[in-house]
Design a protein around this ligand. Structure first.
Ligand code: ZN
Length: 318
């Protein structure tokens, strides 16, 4: 199967299909709804039903010009002479890999992926393939992340410690994915929370998928005492200026490094990620049984070199 890598995305010319294209195209597979993977209005969009809902929310199509084709996880459809199957990727709600089987060859594209269980989302399933296109956002041995249960405990413990001391715990997270996972972990622990609008906007999608957020309230600048805050990072300067007793926590893969304190302003660093850590990436490659691996994103050059040193045919792609 021909695969073209370019700054516009990954193109499969025999299928006329782009994988997570960065410009409008006639036909696109969207691995998940983060804007660096799902953006622009494509004529035909293939994705899981949840990703299609999130994508439509972020990129409305009022003229109805777009055609959507839902791939339910683990269901196979025929598409232009190939068989397409979506496999869960655990990155954010709705995230999926795409397996493309054509003329006896199996190509697997991970999109953003993690191997450990997520706080919210489907567990990853890796099908065997001949060729694997895998992300390597955290493709260096230093990156090892918490399992969901220790992450949940760390999040709740920091919130309780602050609240018991009469201080305000504030967790910063991305609007889609991490923010809802933090909010879910806190409410599951019985901690009252206020959630910034950019994050709260996607709570209904998570509720629809079965995740509870009991008792959460919208963030209001004047009402932040006795609650944990789940906010976007850009709110930090305003919070710090208005409230002297706010303490920040960073829940992120980058929380591996002490330097993240200076960069983020967070005193509590919780290394939990929606991407795979290094050992998880190696596990994904091994499980896929791929003979050929293409590495994209992040530490692609380094991770491809590490795979080659282990006898795997691997190439970093820009
Ligand atoms: Zn992503």
């Amino acid at each position: 199967m021909e695969v073209h890598f370019s700054p516009d995305g990954i193109h499969l010319p025999e299928l006329g299909l782009w994988l997570d294209p960065r410009r409008p195209v006639p036909a696109a597979w969207l691995s998940h709804a983060h804007s660096d993977h799902a953006s622009g209005v494509h004529s035909l969009v293939l994705a899981t039903p949840t990703t299609l809902q999130l994508y439509a929310d972020r990129w409305p199509d009022p003229a109805g010009a777009r055609t959507e084709l839902a791939l339910h996880p683990l269901e196979t459809i025929e598409f232009r002479g190939a068989e397409l199957t979506a496999y869960p990727a655990a990155h954010i709600l709705g995230a999926a890999q795409l397996l493309i089987a054509r003329n006896g060859e199996r190509l697997l594209y991970t999109g953003d992926i993690k191997r450990k269980l997520p706080l919210c989302g489907w567990p990853t399933i890796v099908p065997p393939c001949d060729r694997l296109i895998i992300e390597s956002t955290f493709g260096l041995p230093v990156f090892r992340f918490l399992d969901p249960e220790p992450a949940r405990l760390r999040i709740a413990a920091f919130a309780r410690e602050c609240l018991d001391a009469g201080e305000i715990p504030a967790f910063t997270g991305y609007p889609l994915g991490r923010g809802q996972e933090i909010a879910h972990a806190l409410t599951q622990a019985g901690i009252p929370i206020s959630v910034h609008g950019a994050i709260a906007r996607y709570i209904p999608f998570y509720e629809q998928a079965g995740y509870g957020f009991s008792g959460w309230q919208p963030y209001q600048a004047q009402k932040i005492s006795d609650r944990a805050l789940v906010v976007t990072q850009d709110l930090r300067p305003r919070l710090e200026a208005a409230q002297k007793n706010v303490r920040f926590a960073l829940v992120s893969g980058w929380a591996m490094f002490d330097s993240a304190r200076a960069a983020s302003g967070a005193e509590e660093l919780i290394p939990y990620s929606d991407h795979a850590g290094f050992e998880e990436l190696l596990g994904l490659v091994a499980e896929s049984q791929a003979r050929q691996v293409d590495v994209v994103h992040g530490y692609a050059e380094q991770f491809a070199a590490i795979l080659r040193a282990r006898g795997i045919q691997a190439t970093a792609r820009a």
